[in-house]
Design a protein around this ligand. Sequence first.
Ligand SMILES: [Zn+2]
Length: 418
Amino acid sequence: MAVTERLYYNDSHLIEFEARVVDVTERVSGWTAVVLDRTAFYPTGGGQPSDTGTLNGARVVECIDDGERGVLHVVQGLAPARDAIVAGRVDWLRRLDHMQQHTGQHILSQAFVKLFNAPTKSFRVLEATCEIDVELSNPTTEVIERGVELANNVVWEDRVITIHNVSSEEAAAMPLRKEPARDGELRLIEIEGFDLTPCGGTHAYRTGEVGMIAMRSWERAKGLTRIEFVAGVRALADYRKANRTARDVAALFSTGRDDTPQHATQLVEENKELHRRVRALEEVAAGVEAERLWASAVVQPGGTRIVSHVFDFRDAEFLKKIAHALSTNPQTIALLAARDKDAARLIFARSADAPGDMNALMREACALLDGRGGGKPELAQGGGKNVARLREAIENAAQSLARLDSKQPRLDTTQGAS
Ligand SMILES: [Zn+2]
């Protein structure tokens, strides 16, 4: 039975090693799983992603913990043969990054226990950030920053981190931060005078190696507080990104980086004011436009005035204003639309004394435009994506209304002329 000796248990900084190949299996085409008698590669587990690296120069893209069978090294390219002695090399920067995040998590989790008696329920190293879910009852940014501050103090005190292998009986008498997930011999990670917890991951030699820990954001999630954080190299990368963003924004305002909130606030206020003024002007414009459209509309023999028009690049609010202004005239129906290149909006409205069911007409029109719409007999709205058929949709509605108009009772002009 192949059980891989896990070199990373004893030395998290060991990245070069020699081992013998004990098993080779084809996984999928071009990918092979190699089992070694010993390895420095950490396989995916415990919230920490797998190491990557090389075996005799061939790329190790992932390592998988296969329990009794040992650690599977998924190799891309030419895999070594069974019984071969291979030289393994772990990608150090990736290992360092994972150690910083993982050790940072031990420290941060214990900081929340010490300050708020709030245990960590789960932990994940993601692509660019990390997450812990903490049982923190009243989270605020200030509360979380207190935890982060204590954690950073522990980082900068550069405390020694020691590994202890103990029996579960011995562990039972120790003040562990969390219950061990398995029986038998346990591996405990001790951060001098601060934290003691069972863990199978890779950790820094001393807390100083973590560099620093920064909170990016937090949110309530499923009764817990989810804290997004970055440590070490990730904290620096995140700082550079945040700084670049802040400086880019500052350049838009021609101001210093730290003065942008005040400039942005001012801009938002000005924008609101402009919006109000545009709306007021649109009100006036809509009135003028409505009058022009009404005057130029054809009056049907029955006396109904059908106003139809397609606008370019106007919003629904503007259409509504014009429709409203038009439908205050007697015997008037407004069939209005606005389009841009991707979509059309429609509004059909009529005065109380005009014929026609706007709801029914709108449904027909929207069906033609591959969209949806509806409303009441006097007023209906809708839209669709098939802008090419917009004219047709409006014309169909106008023709239906013209037919209705011919059925309206007419003023008898022959009366008294017999
Ligand atoms: Zn750990």
